[in-house]
Each structure stands twice: as structure tokens, then as C-alpha cells.
Design a protein around this ligand. Structure first.
Ligand code: BTN
Length: 274
């Protein structure tokens, strides 16, 4: 069902020819974006937004519980996207989301990023990014493979989901003036335009990395790390490398991690739950 009343692009995004299709309900905005890429030849820039998702997806095969009033939106982008540089877009998305949040709440110091793709408020999970790449054959093997990426952004605006294995929060905890999903969406579409320009098809990743680290929670701290294969390690979060991989010091050695979850110590009195 198409409607998704209330969602509108920001002025910059509109001026740059970004398009929007908004729905009252979808299975998943990432899935709808993917269908449009594969079945209709969509190449973006196109935002797909939905008030509700019945089958929202999270990272590492998890469900994303989609409470109405929260933000669920996905951007299809192909301009300058190569399979080699596409993974950097998760960091672009994090930097763009923090910029939009800070734009709407300039005095709020609690917004931060957590490797690889989490958005935090006061060290609790406020949102996340799900990056799904679709490699397309150009049909000509002499040409490099073209890439289309779907960047899904979920932000808890009105409510944090219940029953999730990590401590979560919502913008509503900021009080009556907390940004709505619609206000955040407009700001996000503009900040994505700016951040994608800065990224410049990968040639600007050093600056994206610098801004990401500037907004990152836990740098220099001891963290608990759950790797994608189930292994758990502890170490000191040193940095992210030039490719966005996590670098930690553990047991006297440095380890470079491609995928997993970082669990930060949560405030003085509690331990991470998952
Ligand atoms: C995570 O696990 O932290 C990533 C969550 C990403 C959720 C968003 S909501 C909009 C888009 N559609 C989906 O199905 N997932 C992403």
C-alpha cells in the first residue's frame, strides 16, 4: 500500500534530483528497494520509506522490529559504486545519520557511532544501518562490474523495541521536542547528499573515516567483541583501518576484524547483555 503520508525529501535532496517513494506498510524497505533494482532496473538515487515494516531486516540475519513512528528508509544508489568500495557506504551512512541527528538537536552530546553500523544515544542503540550490495553484470566482461547498493537506515524515534538482545533507546527519551521520523528523514536525505559528495566514490573515504572516528564511541576503551562466526574476544578498541575494519589490541597482539558486534561497557553499573 503506497501512501506513507508525511515523508518528504529535504530541499537539497530534491534539488539534486533524488526521488522518494513512501508507503504506509512494506515487508521491508530494503526488500522493496531490492525488488525495484532487480525487477525494474532502478539505479537510484531513490529513497524508499515506510511507516511500518512487517519483516524488517537487521544485520547478521536478525529481524529488525519496526515500531510505527520509528524511521524505516532505504536509499538505492549506484553512482560511483564499485564492488571494491561499496562496503565503505556503511560508514557514509553512519556519518550522514549522525550529521542529521546533530542538525536537528545541535546541543545533544549523546549521539555516537558504534562499529560497524550502529547509531547510539547515550551508549544505547538508537538505530542501525543495513547495507546490501547487488553486483550487476554489465554484460560486457571488459567493463568493470557495476554495483548497486541498498542502504537501509532504521532509527528508533518514538519507541525502542522490546525483547532485543542489546540495550536500546529512542529519540523520544529526549523529551517533547524530540525529532519525528518525518523530520529526521528530511534531514537525513540532505545529509546523505552531502556525505556522498564527500565520499566521492571512495576517493574521499579518508575524510569519512576521520569523521566516523570522531563520532565513534569506545575508541581507546576495552570492548567485548562477538565475531560473526561466534568467537568472543576482549580487547582495546584502537581504531578502524583504511578499509573500515576494526583494529583491536588483544592478548599483546593486534587483530583486524571484518565483521562482528562490539559490545561497549554500558555505564558504570551494568554489563553488556548482547
Ligand atoms: C542493524 O541490525 O542494526 C541494522 C538495522 C537496519 C534496519 C533498517 S529499517 C529500514 C531498512 N529496512 C530493513 O528491513 N532494514 C533496514
Amino acid at each position: 500500500m503506497i501512501a506513507g503520508q508525511g515523508f518528504a525529501l529535504g530541499n537539497k535532496a530534491r534539488a539534486e534530483g533524488v526521488r522518494l517513494i513512501a508507503f504506509d506498510e512494506l515487508d521491508s524497505t530494503n526488500e522493496e528497494a531490492r525488488r525495484r533494482v532487480l525487477e525494474e532496473g532502478e539505479r537510484g538515487p531513490l529513497w524508499v520509506a515506510a511507516t511500518r515494516q512487517s519483516r524488517g531486516r537487521g544485520r547478521l540475519g536478525r529481524d529488525w522490529i519496526s515500531v510505527p513512528g520509528n524511521l524505516h528508509a532505504s536509499l538505492v544508489v549506484s553512482d560511483g559504486v564499485t564492488p571494491e568500495h561499496a562496503p565503505q557506504l556503511g560508514f557514509v551512512a553512519g556519518v550522514a545519520t549522525i550529521a542529521a541527528l546533530r542538525d536537528l538537536r545541535p546541543g545533544e552530546a549523546g549521539f555516537a557511532l558504534k562499529w560497524p553500523n550502529d547509531i547510539l544515544l547515550d551508549r544505547l542503540k538508537l538505530g542501525g544501518v543495513l547495507l546490501e550490495g547487488l553486483a550487476l553484470s554489465s554484460g560486457d566482461e571488459r567493463l568493470p562490474a557495476a554495483g548497486v547498493v541498498v542502504i537501509g537506515v532504521g532509527v528508533n524515534c518514538v519507541a525502542a523495541p522490546q525483547g532485543v538482545p542489546y540495550p536500546a533507546t529512542a529519540l523520544a527519551t529526549l523529551g517533547a521536542q524530540a525529532p519525528s521520523a518525518e523530520a529526521l528523514f528530511a534531514a537525513l536525505t540532505d545529509s546523505f547528499c552531502e556525505t556522498l559528495k564527500l565520499w566521492a566514490a571512495g576517493s574521499g573515504f579518508a575524510e569519512i573515516r576521520r569523521r566516523w572516528l570522531d563520532a565513534a564511541a569506545g575508541v581507546g576503551e576495552r570492548v567485548h567483541l562477538r565475531l560473526a562466526q561466534g568467537e568472543e574476544i576482549e580487547g582495546r578498541f584502537e581504531t578502524i583501518d583504511a578499509d573500515g575494519r576494526l583494529v583491536i589490541a588483544s592478548g599483546g597482539a593486534k587483530r583486524v576484524i571484518d565483521a562482528g558486534d562490539v559490545l561497549l561497557a554500558h555505564r558504570a553499573t551494568s554489563t553488556p547483555t548482547g
